[in-house]
Write a protein that binds this ligand. Structure first.
Ligand code: ITT
Length: 194
């Protein structure tokens, strides 16, 4: 079985492939530049998956995710990828660290949010959500992962996502949780669209 993943983000794609390879599901990339006009993660994920399905006619997933910081009223949120400069993870992280400078630990609460939408026909879609809570650390730690991983502290392990190997991140992350739901759905419904 194969599904198309409408994403240009290599880190994201690696996580999808890792998750679905055990099910023998091939993930085919769809790398069109799709403008994220939505105001919610759901709207943007829907947009990506729908365009991909319309062009490929293969079950298509879109994922939109981001970092929601409580003391910034939810920013960067859907703007995570373009908080300072589109696609520039290092500058985006730096901007967030600069904005939070001087804030004590208890005001640095944040969560990663992931919404996956799977289109299985032009008028039928399924939604899978995941979240993980943590804190924005005071400085970058670790070089694993992508995006905000080096500054997202996961308190249960006392480490940032940037310090965790992919196998561990793939057990606890927002995307892992949404992917887990997608995986259950695919196992249950495989025969209907393989
Ligand atoms: P596509 O839209 O092509 O899938 P993208 O990078 O633009 O790729 P999003 O619009 O969903 O993806 O933006 C998500 C941004 O949120 C991403 O660029 C990171 O900055 C951040 N982000 C999401 N998940 C993350 C994770 O697991 N680790 C670190 N940062 C993450």
């Amino acid at each position: 079985m194969k599904i198309v993943l409408a994403s240009k983000n290599k880190g994201k794609r690696r996580e999808f492939e890792n998750f679905l390879k055990a099910l023998n599901i091939k993930v085919i990339p769809f790398e069109k530049d799709i403008e994220e006009r939505g105001l919610t993660f759901f709207e943007n994920a829907c947009l990506k998956a729908k365009i991909s399905f319309e062009e490929t006619k293969i079950p298509s997933a879109g994922e939109d995710s981001g970092l929601v910081v409580d003391c910034l009223y939810g920013m960067p949120g859907v703007f995570s990828n373009r908080f300072h400069e589109k696609g520039n993870d290092r500058k985006n992280r730096k901007r967030l660290l600069d904005i939070l400078k001087g804030r004590p630990f208890n005001e640095r609460k944040a969560r990663f949010v992931s919404c996956i939408v799977l289109f299985t026909s032009s008028d039928k879609y399924f939604v899978f959500n995941g979240e993980v809570e943590g804190f924005i650390d005071f400085e970058e730690k670790g070089t694993q992962g992508f995006g905000y991983d080096p500054i997202f502290l996961y308190p249960q392990l006392g480490k940032t996502f940037g310090q965790l190997p992919l196998e561990i991140k793939n057990r606890i992350s927002h995307r892992a949780k949404a992917l887990m739901e997608l995986k259950k759905f695919l196992i249950k419904n495989e025969s209907s669209f393989s």
